[in-house]
Design a protein. Structure first.
Length: 655
């Protein structure tokens, strides 16, 4: 790693416009450096001051940071609060009639919800959940379409002190089953169906299938929101309609006051082994991170209309849909559909219609819309925009420039944000009123975030050299553990190879002479497909579960739209197929993976071989498979291969 160098040579710099600097929450580099210096001088005092300023406490904390059980840090741990109270009740006295959510459904229907109405909805569901004997500390799975109700479900769990775990609505019944079992969930909140891009996906049927797989005796209740026709199977001993559960409930609900370290949610993310990781976040530290980043990175103003396009099934939808915007009292847009339905102008029309000021989306969406040309955004009035954001993966410089010049009309800063499920909120991102922008760089760490680049031994590497991206000091929003697996948490994020001291992000990066960070990619076997992190082992396990398959290895290759395309090398139990037979089996396997994991995990390319390239000890040489997938010449040493002839067979074996 320490010998890696960046091949990206980007010299364009865009200083903040004077007008933006003058109105910014964090104005000018002098202010940015002052905050960094304050954090460096006394990190606990820095975060303690922010926590007192931005969070409403039932019981104020007296202790900021407890590092005694490294790396299981505790923040504000003798304080008490409720996250839902901080997102809703705090606004009732000052702005009850302000629009909290503008919801646009797949078919274009718009619903507006004020803070008073949202509070009532959350309280009614919270009371309903309590009537089902769901209590503080219980785990609840949420498997919902993008909707006001998805936010209500998450906030209702937070209100009663239950720990929610949201599962993306595109995941299969098997993936849902894994997460229900691992969490030991007592309830599932779902909908009869979701609508996306003109298509209907039956969620309740997937829940029924997941429960029927066995091992889910913990589930006592399934709450079903009627999004569509409601034509679903119903187990009257377990299932209850959302509207019936909430019909006669009070529209006030005393929040459960919880310890600052009470788990707010567990969110499962793919790892490099077959078992998904349940990343567990606290209440106070996580909430503080979302509030601070809304103010510093999105430069939030009370007049803003904020739109993060992420689904609540991912951490971006947690931090910048359900919690961050509501905690600061913002008006936000929530969208059920896809950017190309009913046509590719959907995003731009919504920005125009709802007068969106802050737009936060993924480079995958940006790249797919670039292909349609610059004329399309120009057909819409995007003059309301004042800030653009990018999330989920590094954005390449030319896509950044298109976003800046075509969508932002060369007047809106682009905040390229680096962070992870495990960090909870932005770690490295430009404060737009202070930090000059460089296309393709996430720029500088937030004040209080001690990001660095180190080699395999944990030593800092010189600027311009690649290495492991780490965070050297604790921060409030970081994950506390992996649900049920603290040893895996330590091994994954605080490895002994680096001395066990630093948080290992799992990304490689380099830093230029100005201190700007440039993300180079993953250092493990996790694929980044359209902003979604997918473990190769999960996809391989799904393939091998097919009766036809004996062995499989999955790698990624660069893709202009999705960042990485999934390439599967497959060995069948029978003879190696060719021609139409190979094509037919490949189609079957793609559909199989879609059912086992979800459509996002379908291999883009399948290659059949008589074997896989292995060392004599039986280890699959994945670096050779990556080279083959990319169509590059093999220059690596293959002397340890047991079967070097297999490389030629796999080279052009695309089904």
């Amino acid at each position: 790693m320490s010998t890696f160098k960046s091949i990206l040579h980007e010299t364009r710099v865009f200083p903040p416009a004077a007008g933006f600097v003058n109105q910014a929450n964090l104005s000018g580099m002098k202010s940015y450096h002052a905050l960094c210096d304050e954090a460096d001088k006394d990190l606990p005092a820095f975060w303690g001051k922010l926590a007192r300023e931005h969070i409403m406490w039932r019981k104020p904390f007296t202790r900021v940071l407890d590092e005694s059980d490294h790396p299981f840090f505790k923040w504000f741990d003798d304080g008490e609060l409720n996250v839902s109270y901080n997102c809703l009740d705090r606004h009732l006295a000052t702005q009850p009639d302000k629009i909290a959510i503008i919801f646009e459904a797949d078919d274009g229907k718009v619903t507006r919800c004020t803070y008073r109405d949202l509070h009532h909805r959350v309280c009614r569901l919270a009371n309903g959940l309590k009537s089902l004997r769901i209590k503080k500390g219980d785990r609840v799975i949420i498997y919902m379409p993008m909707s006001i109700e998805a936010v209500v479900a998450m906030q209702a769990c937070a209100r009663i002190g239950a720990t929610h775990s949201v599962v993306f609505g595109g995941f299969s019944a098997r993936s849902l089953h894994e997460r229900i079992v691992d969490a030991g969930a007592v309830a599932v909140i779902t909908a009869d169906e979701l609508h996306r891009g003109g298509k209907c996906i039956h969620l309740k049927a997937a829940v029924d299938e997941a429960i029927s797989m066995g091992g889910v005796d913990s589930v006592q209740s399934v709450v079903v929101y009627q999004r569509g026709g409601g034509n679903v199977s119903f187990d009257l001993s377990r299932d209850v309609w959302w509207h019936e559960l909430t019909r006669n409930q009070d529209d006030t609900c005393e929040p459960a006051w919880v310890n600052a370290e009470q788990p707010l949610f567990t969110l499962y993310t793919s790892g490099s082994t077959g078992k998904p990781k349940g990343v567990q976040h606290s209440s106070a530290g996580y909430l503080l991170g979302t509030i601070i980043s809304m103010k510093w990175i999105f430069d939030y103003k009370p007049s803003d209309v904020f739109w993060c396009t992420a689904d609540v099934g991912w951490v971006t939808g947690h931090s910048y849909v359900t919690y961050g915007p509501l905690a600061i009292g913002a008006t936000q847009v929530i969208f059920e559909g896809v950017p190309t339905y009913p046509d590719a102008g959907r995003f731009w029309k919504m920005i125009q219609d709802h007068k969106v000021t802050t737009f936060y989306t993924a480079p995958t969406a940006i790249r797919s819309l670039i292909k349609l040309g610059p004329a399309l955004p120009g057909k819409y009035d995007l003059s309301s925009l004042r800030l653009l954001g990018s999330v989920g993966e590094p954005i390449n410089p030319e896509a950044w420039m298109w976003y800046y010049t075509v969508v932002g009309q060369s007047r809106c800063p682009v905040v390229d944000t680096w962070w992870q499920t495990e960090t909870g909120c932005h770690m490295i991102a430009p404060s737009p009123g202070a930090v000059p922008l460089k296309p393709g760089s996430c720029t500088l760490p937030l004040p209080g975030i001690s990001a660095a680049i180190v080699d395999e031994a944990g030593h800092d590497v010189p600027d311009g050299k690649g290495g492991f991206l780490v965070i050297k000091r604790p921060f409030p929003s970081q994950a506390r553990t992996l649900w049920g697996d603290p040893e895996r948490f330590k091994k994954t994020y605080f490895p002994k190879d680096l001395g066990g001291k630093y948080y290992l992000a799992g990304d490689s990066a380099n830093r230029d002479s100005d201190g700007y960070f440039w993300i180079m990619g993953r250092i493990d076997d996790v694929l980044n497909v359209s902003g979604h992190r997918l473990g190769t082992m999960e996809i391989e396990s799904a393939l091998v579960a097919n009766p036809l398959v004996a062995e499989a290895a999955v790698v990624g290759k660069p893709d202009e739209i999705k960042t990485e395309a999934i390439v599967a090398f497959v060995v069948l139990k029978g003879t190696r197929p060719e021609g139409e037979t190979a094509h037919s089996i490949a189609t079957e396997l793609r559909n199989w993976v879609a059912k086992e994991i979800g459509p996002i995990a379908k291999p883009d390319e399948i290659r059949f071989g008589d074997n896989l390239p292995k060392t004599r000890s039986g280890k699959i040489m994945r670096r050779l498979l990556r080279t083959l997938a990319r169509g590059e010449e093999i220059t690596q040493d293959i002397s340890t291969l047991e079967n070097p002839a297999i490389l030629e067979q796999l080279k052009d074996a695309i089904a």
